[in-house]
Design a protein around this ligand. Structure first.
Ligand code: GLN
Length: 390
């Protein structure tokens, strides 16, 4: 067994004893899930998928569909049109609460049911089937394979979905839903009933983690800005009324679903997904949450943890007849630019004053405007000894 897989297997051993909580029962079909199922998966930048535990188990995506439908709405309609109908504020309330803004009726955010139904209602289509196929196609692109619906979970949810129907009618009364309430709600039930495995979910999370590009298929699914917007909303609202404490303890944008899944996004590092059906009082899986918390800890993924390498370019120095050539590669951020400048000063101090020092920034894969400005200003001040190639 390779050392990474061994490390991941150890996580399963550590969380298995947590057997508190219950599978969701308000959707009858979910109550019959085997409560002992336990699995997770991790996907890195090159699309390598590592899974552990019951990784063949299929379960319905439930609320973890919400970020992907939000992504589809943002990609097709733009930020303004979407956030005119749904807010971006954590509600501090349970997922099925009537979290609507006092005057406008706008739901608090797209991660609670009211906001998700409002978001789904924005997806255009002549009928439920057409809307559903758009939504499922978008989710499939995130997963890198064709996903489909568990019809018995859908019937179970639709048959008992009065609270969601009531929320949708309220949204209609405020003009947040413009078309058919029935179509919006049934499409929402269908999107929640899409079957996935931890592998699928980890790839979906990874697509958000790598700026909207699926690292397994290589396909650009949504723009970098859309992926960033969705991840931002997950960071503040993804774990319902546990979102603040989740950020404190785990520090990763995440989304849970009542089937027992949790997926999390470590931007530029990993997509993670875990599954275990027993839920806590917030409707978040006990063991899946524990898995993500342990991973965040052991792999240093908390977003607010200091990272030495953030946007620090790779530097190679070559000698040429005219003097040293400093080649920059990778990403140049603001703090990285400061480091490069101090390195340039050291090189200048140890180089004969007649030699010209060339800084080659033409091969950088990614640059941030403030970083280039700092580098350019500094190099201009040091001219004519330094020359910058951009
Ligand atoms: N389909 C579920 C519902 O609408 C989704 C809720 C969830 O996963 N938190 O109630």
């Amino acid at each position: 067994m390779d050392p990474i897989t061994a490390l991941l297997e150890k996580v399963l051993i550590d969380v298995r004893p947590h057997d508190d909580g219950q599978p969701a029962s308000y959707i009858p079909e979910l109550a019959s899930a085997d409560p002992d199922l336990l699995a997770f998966g991790v996907v890195g930048p090159r699309g390598r998928v590592i899974t552990a535990g019951d990784d063949g188990a299929e379960f319905t995506i439930q609320s973890m569909s919400k970020p992907f439908v939000l992504a589809l709405a943002l990609q097709t309609l733009g930020r303004d049109a979407v956030f005119a109908r749904v807010g971006a504020e954590p509600s501090g309330e349970p997922f099925n609460a009537i979290s609507l803004e006092a005057q406008t009726g706008r739901p608090a955010n797209p991660m609670v049911n009211a906001g998700a139904i409002a978001t789904t209602a924005l997806i255009d289509g002549a009928d439920i089937d057409e809307r559903t196929s758009r939504v499922v196609a978008a989710m499939s692109a995130f997963a890198g394979r064709s996903l489909w619906i568990d019809e018995s979970v859908y019937s179970s949810e639709s048959g008992t979905g009065d609270r969601n129907r009531a929320l949708a009618h309220l949204l209609k009364s405020y003009g947040i839903i413009r078309g058919s309430v029935h179509d919006a709600v049934e499409t929402y039930f269908r999107q929640c009933s899409v079957l996935v495995t931890v592998r699928d979910l980890a790839v979906m999370a990874a697509t958000l983690a790598f700026g909207g590009r699926n690292p397994v298929t290589g396909e650009r699914v949504v723009s970098e800005r859309v992926a960033r917007d969705v991840t931002s909303i997950m960071a503040s609202c993804g774990m319902y009324d546990f979102s603040g404490e989740w950020m404190l303890r785990v520090g990763l944008p995440a989304k849970s679903g009542v089937s027992g899944g949790v997926m999390a996004v470590a931007t530029s590092q990993f997509g993670v997904a875990a599954f275990s059906p027993r839920l806590d009082a917030h409707g978040n899986s006990v063991r899946a949450s524990a898995i993500v918390e342990i991973l965040s800890d052991r792999f240093g993924m908390h977003v607010l943890e200091p990272h030495e390498s953030i946007a620090a370019p790779g530097v190679t120095v070559e000698e040429s007849a005219a003097g040293p050539v400093v080649r920059l590669g990778g990403e140049l951020g603001f703090a990285g630019a400061e480091r490069v400048i101090s390195l340039l000063r050291e090189i200048a101090a140890s180089t004969p004053s007649a030699a010209q020092i060339t800084v080659d920034a033409a091969e950088l894969a990614r640059v941030h405007p403030a970083a280039v400005l700092v580098l350019r200003t500094e190099i201009e001040a040091l001219a004519p000894r330094f020359r910058l190639l951009e």
